[in-house]
Design a protein around this ligand. Structure first.
Ligand SMILES: [Zn+2]
Length: 454
């Protein structure tokens, strides 16, 4: 979904500097989000505390008799240290156990800090699912490295602070130089399980770890029956879920994701601690939000498959599959982080593979060949460039970017189409609520400007 914007005075000076007038609704909405992403600790129940906003992912503590259990450890050690300081003001007890809901770096990077905060006699056990950090392992096994650059674009790590608002479900942070944020923490689980439910005891606390594939296949949720709190990992946070991250990944099994939410709901939780964003407090809110979240994902899945069965291609499906207004209007289902269109595409490719069903696309022309023919239709390269600029003047930044792609394919060294595309991407960024896409647009715009200046 895009938000309409009033772009007043887009000046295409020599060098195509863009000057934005009034902020778009999307920009305003994303800015308003920052308030709930500031550092704060929520007392969720008698013994459960959740630190939000200190790190991109939440870090939680459950206070036991003679120690505490930690759920997820944040992205960087400095975040973990700040949270540990705050937690110690609440309960100055050794860390008796650490649970990692999955292997992503934003949930595991601070593990060493909490290991150090264990008792003098014994190091805390670290619990996680096998195969741990499946996404990272799969990339490494295949020899894929581009995910780092794409991840940095999606995360906004290459943008100056003034171009960042927040990451939709997380505050904007920068990794320390040379740190590979996607590697995950160097400290990994010492106690692993793969399927079903594992009951553990940490500092007298009875906890249940439940296999819950969804956002990743190594995902688990933590169930704390004594206070009926569920720690959802990244199968829930307050945003339309990232069924597909544009940094690239294998298929996130949407049906399993729905099933994992069903299992959490079946526990009848009173409170829910998400992987990011503020906890859900009270049975009414928790049940309603998790149910709507689950239903929204199922709706999109079913609508996509219904379209697939009619023979629709992804480019058609994304314009047909929309969340019903009563779900789309919920704050926790807005596209702050994930985007419904990208989810639809992921469901298509995850179930059907790359071929959209149209034989024209079995052997498409290479981009430069198609560009030649488009330029000829336009009456020449010059006219094509004029049309691209006109598209921008008419407020059609998407079409402008598409025409620029032809111009760049025709002459990869030409400076003007890159600068024009950069402006188009910056406008598209301003119109988009989804922080990951926004970061990606702005980073590529920055790359194009740099390219053009060389
Ligand atoms: Zn996360």
């Amino acid at each position: 979904m895009r938000y309409s914007t009033v772009v007043t005075g887009v000046f295409l000076l020599l060098g195509f500097t863009s000057v934005f007038g009034e902020e778009s609704d999307a920009t305003k909405l994303l800015k308003a989000r920052s308030e709930q992403l500031r550092p704060q600790i929520t007392r969720v129940s008698e013994s459960v505390y959740c630190a939000t906003g200190y790190s991109p992912a939440n870090i939680s503590m459950i206070v036991g008799q003679d120690g505490v259990a930690i759920v997820d450890t944040g992205m960087f050690p400095k975040h973990a240290e700040a949270v540990l300081d705050e937690f110690r003001k609440i309960a100055d007890l050794p860390v008796a156990g650490i649970i990692l809901t999955h292997g992503h770096g934003d949930h595991t990077g601070g593990t060493s800090v909490f290991v150090e905060a264990g008792g003098k006699q014994s190091k805390p056990r670290i619990y996680g699912r096998e195969p741990f950090n499946t996404e990272g392992v799969a990339f490494r096994a295949a020899g894929i490295t581009i995910n780092r650059l794409r991840g940095a674009r999606q995360g906004g790590f290459l943008l100056p602070p003034e171009k960042r608002i927040n990451n939709g479900i997380a505050p904007a942070v920068y990794p320390p130089k040379d740190q590979n944020v996607f590697a995950g923490g160097s400290v990994t689980p010492t106690e692993r399980f793969s399927e079903g439910r594992k009951k553990i005891e940490v500092a007298g606390l009875k906890l249940e770890l439940v296999a819950a594939p969804g956002e990743t296949s190594d995902q688990l949720y933590v169930w704390f029956p004594a206070e009926r709190v569920v720690f959802t990992g990244d199968n829930f946070y307050r945003s339309w879920p990232n069924l597909y991250p544009i940094r690239g990944t294998g298929y996130r099994d949407v049906r399993k994701w729905i099933h994992s939410l069903d299992m959490m709901l079946a526990e009848k939780p009173i409170h829910a601690v998400p992987g990011h964003t503020l906890p859900l407090i009270g049975e009414e809110e928790t049940t309603e939000v998790l149910t709507n979240y689950r239903d929204a994902i199922e709706y999109v899945f079913n609508a996509t498959i219904a379209g697939v069965n009619k023979g629709l291609a992804p480019n058609e499906l994304v314009h047909q599959v929309k969340l019903p207004p009563e779900l789309a209007s919920k704050d926790y289902l807005r596209e702050f982080y994930g985007n419904v269109e990208w989810g639809v595409r992921a469901i298509f490719s995850g179930t059907m593979g790359w071929f959209d069903g149209n034989p024209t696309h079995l052997f498409s022309l290479p981009p430069a060949e198609e560009a030649k023919r488009i330029a000829s239709l336009a009456g020449g390269v010059k006219q094509l460039a004029t049309r691209a600029r006109q598209a921008l003047d008419e407020g059609d930044a998407q079409w402008c970017a598409q025409l620029c792609d032809h111009l760049i394919a025709l002459d990869p060294k030409a400076r003007d189409p890159k600068l024009l595309k950069a402006v188009a991407l910056e406008i598209l960024a301003d119109q988009l609520l989804t922080a990951t896409g926004r970061n990606y647009y702005l980073t590529v715009a920055q790359e194009l400007r740099r390219d053009a200046s060389q």
